[in-house]
Design a protein around this ligand. Structure first.
Ligand code: GRF
Length: 198
């Protein structure tokens, strides 16, 4: 199985994937890591010897052109799955359709509650006592696609957005790797089936 991972920030979720692959716990190839801007996640990929690319919105005339460039760049690596690991951009319906049910996103809240860019802040502001994270397929909406896995994280009385997000991210890194491992297992079983059918 081949994956492309997209990042925008510190890349700790990406690091957990890189570490699991290096430890032989995730049977897949990371074909490339891409980002919408230079970031620590790209540096982590480079340090691991994984090919990287940038597709920056500012380099394109408009949003559709950026989406087409990103779509073609991802497609050029011929991935089975694309993992949005803290990729803070919304992609358009055409890109989602091209990779239908093959783009996985991780979101730091229990969807369908608190979608969008500020899932942790919004949950805290609402006063929920339990929040968490969701790993899901990307569809044409914002954080609305089919849910693959979730984990709950309690909100503590003295939590700030930062402390809560850090505790969520510990669970997020674990569940993201676990979800990708399940997809890799199904992918391997499907490939074995195809091989024995032929
Ligand atoms: C994660 O919590 C992700 O769900 C959110 O941003 C964070 C990314 O963290 N959208 P990192 O870049 O993987 O460290």
């Amino acid at each position: 199985m081949r994956i492309v991972v997209m990042v925008s920030g510190s890349g700790t979720n990406l690091q957990s994937i890189l570490d699991a692959v290096a430890a032989g716990e995730l049977p897949l190839d990371i074909a490339a890591v891409g980002a919408d801007k230079p970031c620590l996640g790209i540096e982590r990929a480079q340090a691991a010897g994984v090919p990287t690319f940038l597709v920056q919105p500012g380099d394109y005339a408009d949003r559709p052109s950026w989406n087409r460039a990103l779509e073609e760049k991802i497609a050029s690596y011929n991935p089975d799955y694309i993992v949005f690991a803290g990729f803070m951009r919304i992609v358009d319906a055409q890109l989602v359709e091209r990779f239908k049910n093959r783009i996985i996103n991780t979101h730091p809240a229990l969807l369908p509650s608190f979608p969008g860019a500020h899932g942790v802040r919004d949950a805290l502001a609402h006063g929920v006592k339990i929040t968490g994270l969701t790993v899901h397929f990307v569809d044409a909406g914002v954080d609305t696609g089919p849910i693959l896995a979730q984990a709950a994280v309690p909100v503590l009385d003295d939590d700030t957005e930062e402390t809560l997000h850090e505790r969520i991210k510990v669970q997020e890194r674990r569940l993201l790797v676990q979800t990708i491992a399940s997809l890799a297992e199904s992918h391997g079983a499907a490939s074995d089936g195809a091989a024995s059918d032929s």
